[in-house]
Design a protein around this ligand. Sequence first.
Ligand SMILES: C[S@@+](CC[C@H](N)C(=O)[O-])C[C@H]1O[C@@H](n2cnc3c(N)ncnc32)[C@H](O)[C@@H]1O
Length: 478
Amino acid sequence: MYQKGQTIIATLSDLAEDDKCYAKLPDGMSVFIRGTLAIGDTVEATIYKAKKSYLEAQFTKLLSPSPLRTEPKCEVFGICGGCKWQHLDYHAQLQQKNKHVLDALTHIGGFGNIQMLEPIGATAIYHYRNKVDFSLSTSRYLLPNERNAPRSDKRNDFALGFHAPQRYDKVIDLEQCHIAPEEANLVLNAVRTFALNHNLSIYDTRTHNGFLRNLVVRKAFRTKQLMVNLVTSWHDASLMNQLLTALHNALGTSLTTFVNNISTKKNTVAFGEEEFVIFGSGFITERLGDYHFKISANSFFQTNSEQAERLYETVRDFAGLSGNETVYDLYCGTGSISIFISKQCQKVLGIELVDSAIRDAITNATDNSITNCTFRQLDLMKFETLRNELESFGMPDVVITDPPRAGMHPKAVQTMMQFAPKKIVYVSCNPASLARDGKMICDSGMYRLVKVQAVDMFPHTNHIESVALFETINSETT
Ligand SMILES: C[S@@+](CC[C@H](N)C(=O)[O-])C[C@H]1O[C@@H](n2cnc3c(N)ncnc32)[C@H](O)[C@@H]1O
């Protein structure tokens, strides 16, 4: 019998949710240990929850470090919630992520004999994000080493960086982020110096007063274009022109556009109701495969361009298109998947909830001279209401679906299956949702799971994207 307060020794075999790791004790008991730990570490921990089938414990001492440990680059590793796995060798990260997908499909989906392809890792594991969203706060998060020794070089009422985990009021004042593009760090420091020198106020979430709200940097890696978007509570043209000079000094010709978004909302979301273009065109253009995509301050775009290309290639490959197919692209966002596969099929119908995304999708298709993609704004919870329109468009041979983290609404899964496509290519950023929806698809008796490919879009985090191919039972094996 295990008890609360008891000390245990365990060798960790898996990384689990949140800050926990998993180990099996010699008698078979499962334990989740909280702490920034690596697979292969042998640790001492104190039990704080003792259930019949599992324990939860707090890490207390590292007895033997794992050979898979690596030195994290980041100065605020373990404090900032962004890159929780930076201390683990990248190959081990990738294997862990692949295992998470496999475990979810096995335990939640009830699948056996799953054909998991080798996970596709990123070649750039640092500076890979094409978008970073820094926050400003009047309350600087104090790092553990400065709590008893206040710093004279930093103000406590000014912070520009990322929110500390679970602290929506406090921001860690950062000089650099290692997964952001290099230029974003130059922008970060130039804006900080400018704001402090000009004594600019910061939007306060309690009083709703203050000027500076968010700083967003977006980089198109293929075209080398760079956008800075400063979100403020009001527009001050003279100040923005002075800031433009500071940005030019920091970035030289790398800066291609600078916009000022204005938000009057009582929230800290980096989204403006009005936009002022201070410099350049107000957008950047990124290339994925043969296609280019216009990205403005508020448009959605996959955050890792290189891996988005790998993801879309996998989707196209799994769809196995010959040129004659009618394809539905559900949850199509700004239409990138529809456009990416458009040359390989007869026609695509993209469906998406957000109006502005549909407008961007239409623009993207037109800009790429694509004429066989149609986009329709619809809540997929009401998918069945489109039945007549869909029948005249043509029933799908292939459905591609890329829902948000929560997965598909059961009604949308039902409707999708009623259309009886030969193939369903399910793209997922949440293995648990994929497993649940995959189970529903296969429990119908119409489909089987053929293969799964994990693609890592976010090195050092526990996030993993996966693509699963479902085929009708009577289809030929791919
Ligand atoms: C993971 S993103 C898809 C991204 C897109 N396939 C891409 O690669 O750029 C999920 C999309 O689902 C949309 N969405 C969320 N709920 C929806 C709903 N009920 N009906 C239709 N679309 C929805 C979101 O607006 C978002 O664009």
